[in-house]
Design a protein around this ligand. Structure first.
Ligand code: PFF
Length: 454
């Protein structure tokens, strides 16, 4: 892209575009696949009793995720603008607030996502250099608090800002095309390796034995829905923003299916590596509490006890985690960047730097306090993403003129679109209102837990 000494873009500059269809797909799958699939999915599956949670998460991915994903892709591709302007484009100026909430959600999520990204970076580097610490619990305490945590967060954010500054084709797409296939290979390799361990079957049993009673608990339902949105990068305009760089004739219905399937597949495989590893090495006690840091203790402990093989497997694991985290963080920052470019006419690099530094500063708090990180994650997911998904469904289902015509550009009009509209109008909003309502007590309890006692 042209260089602008003023830091501002000139009028009428053509919008950036993905170079290839695959480039877009890797970038969108890169956004979806991240810490959510590996860290968040596994720790929730552990906390919420295993297979019941997994089944509900699959159900919500199909019932809620697919329609909202298609809605975001349709708006983004049609409007060719960042989230705030895109909603104004289809709904009028009165809808800008919803886009602004999306940007705020991106800001909130990236502020703590970058902190965890920093931990993964540190573990990956340590695996390659000094190995896994003998006392995994104490080591995690060092990694995840104070200036250690802040330092790695800053490093992670610098890389994120650099890639986003590079632009859609030369930055984001180029990284995703190399990184994502690498991540898939590593994960499949580790899952196959884990299958050879003695005692792996207990891990599979925990992960895959469905128990209806456990699945029907309301906290499991709420967590599974939030996880579906978090994992698919939905409810805050990230997919919308990536779609705004798509050519007009791309097939958004087909891409919806590819991205969602890939995301679920990676989460599922993540479970196939994490649970056998943990059970085979007797670390299940470490994860039963289901805290945010449990995996960062249990897995390094498992890798450490495996000796030389553990360094290789563990190193590969954390490299995959870094890659997933980075490609997702990029999409979070891109939401902020594209909104700033639209709103202030800034050039990309300025927007990435200003936005990225602001997020990094906001991350100081969660970097120092893991309870704040945990709270930010609950609020962001259960309120912002689920609420944002509700907003999108209502917007496309009820406000936007003829969304079916817009979604059908580039793909054959079919019965799928009719079902889509019914889901967006009725099924998704009603389900999400139910979930939002039921998540409030838990979120409130967390707020009181962090702030109320002091
Ligand atoms: N989907 C990402 C993950 O699973 O790690 C996290 C994420 C990225 C959430 C982008 C929301 C988003 F807009």
């Amino acid at each position: 892209m042209a260089d602008h000494p003023s830091g501002n873009r000139s009028e009428g500059e053509p919008r950036e575009e993905w170079r290839t269809r695959w480039g877009f797909l890797f970038a969108a799958v890169g956004s979806a696949v991240g810490l959510g699939n590996m860290w968040r999915f596994s720790y929730l599956a552990a906390e919420k009793g295993g297979a019941g949670f997994v089944a509900l998460y699959l159900l919500f991915t199909i019932l809620l995720g697919l329609p909202v994903m298609l809605a975001e892709l349709t708006i983004g591709r049609g409007a060719r603008r960042g989230p705030i302007s895109a909603l104004a484009h289809y709904g009028g100026q009165g809808w800008r607030w919803l886009g602004a909430i999306f940007v705020a959600a991106g800001f909130l999520i990236l502020s703590y996502y970058g902190v965890i990204g920093g931990w993964t970076l540190r573990y990956a580097v340590e695996a390659a250099t000094i190995g896994f610490a003998p006392d995994a619990g104490a080591h995690f305490g060092d990694v995840a608090s104070g200036f250690d945590s802040l330092g790695t967060q800053i490093l992670f954010m610098i890389i994120t800002i650099a890639v986003v500054s590079g632009g859609i084709g030369a930055g984001i797409e180029r990284l995703a095309r190399i990184a994502m296939p690498g991540l898939f290979l590593i994960m499949i390799g580790i899952a196959l390796y884990a299958a050879t361990l003695e005692g792996a079957s207990d891990g599979y049993a925990y992960y895959l034995n469905f128990d209806l009673e456990k699945a029907l608990a309301i906290d499991v339902v709420v967590a599974a829905a939030g996880q579906a949105f978090f994992s698919l990068s939905l409810g805050m305009g990230a997919i919308l923003t990536f779609a705004s760089y798509l050519p007009r004739d791309s097939d958004v219905a087909r891409e919806t299916a590819v991205i969602s399937f890939a995301d679920f597949g990676v989460a599922f495989v993540a479970g196939l590596m994490v649970f056998p590893l943990i059970f085979a090495l007797g670390m299940q006690g470490e994860i039963s509490g289901g805290t945010i840091g449990a995996l960062f203790v249990a897995l390094p402990k498992a890798f450490e006890s495996m000796g030389g093989a553990g360094r290789i497997v563990g190193g590969a694991f954390f490299v995959a985690l870094v890659v997933g985290a980075l490609t997702s963080a990029i999409s979070l920052l891109e939401v902020i960047v594209s909104a700033a470019m639209d709103a202030f006419g800034w050039e990309r690099r300025r927007a990435a730097l200003v936005g990225g530094v602001a997020v990094t500063l906001a991350g100081v708090w969660p970097a120092f306090r893991i309870d704040i990180l945990d709270l930010a994650d609950s609020v962001a997911t259960n309120l912002f993403l689920v609420g944002g998904g509700l907003g999108i469904a209502i917007f496309v289902g009820w406000v936007m003129d003829d969304p079916i015509a817009e979604a059908s550009v580039g793909s054959a009009r079919s019965g799928v679109h009719t079902v889509w509209r019914i889901l967006l109008r009725y099924v998704v909003p009603i389900t999400l209102i139910f979930i939002l309502w039921n998540s409030l007590p838990e979120t409130w309890a967390k707020i009181v837990g962090v702030f109320g006692s002091g």
